[in-house]
Design a protein around this ligand. Sequence first.
Ligand SMILES: Nc1nc2c(c(=O)[nH]1)N[C@H]1C(S)=C(S)[C@@H](COP(=O)(O)O)O[C@H]1N2
Ligand SMILES: [Mo]
Length: 207
Amino acid sequence: MGERFVTRGFTGRRERATAAGRDRIPPGQHLVKDFPVLSAGPTPRPPLATWTFTIEGLVRESVSWTWEQFKALPAQDFLVDISCVTTWTKLDTRWRGVSVDTLLEHVELDPSAGFVIAQSYGGYTTNLPLPDVLNGQAFVAYDYDGQPLAPDHGGPARLVVPHLYFWKSAKWVRGLRLVAENAPGFWESLGYNDHGDPWKEQRYSGD
Ligand SMILES: Nc1nc2c(c(=O)[nH]1)N[C@H]1C(S)=C(S)[C@@H](COP(=O)(O)O)O[C@H]1N2
Ligand SMILES: [Mo]
């Protein structure tokens, strides 16, 4: 995998995309320049001294990193477009963090692992098919636009899965649990779509 993950519609179509960005906006979405904050509850503030990130569940041995250890993992820059189900899309968001591929190199997956549950400080969860977080498609970010990720946007660290609606990008993430059976997370159990592909407008259950 290259040093830089380039989002869909970026490569080779820079000029047209910059002119309007239209071919990069999923159906039913509109562009925003600001960065809205959407949180289902209060902002958790886990102290870095006790922060951990854990991969557990259907792995031979679970693995857990402290903040210092996590920051020492190989990091990458990511330039991606993000789309929230409430219809805003933001282009060219710039993040730094660790790809889920890199994280999963530290565990031996059980062959029955088919889904991941992202688990957050504060209790938020979201479910993803394992293939949706592989091959550079998902990362755990701790910097946004060259600065440490702000608490309201999920700092110290959040999951980012740019090819799915932004509720799949768990803020204040504290780990991934590998499971065999799919099970809805927080918003999925409240009527949001199980998968959440913005290009297919998978907004609500039944879409
Ligand atoms: N832990 C947690 N993660 C979360 C949420 C949340 O309420 N709690 N909201 C989700 C939703 S619905 C969206 S649109 C994005 C919003 O991220 P932002 O506030 O950085 O824009 O975070 C997602 N991740
Ligand atoms: Mo959202």
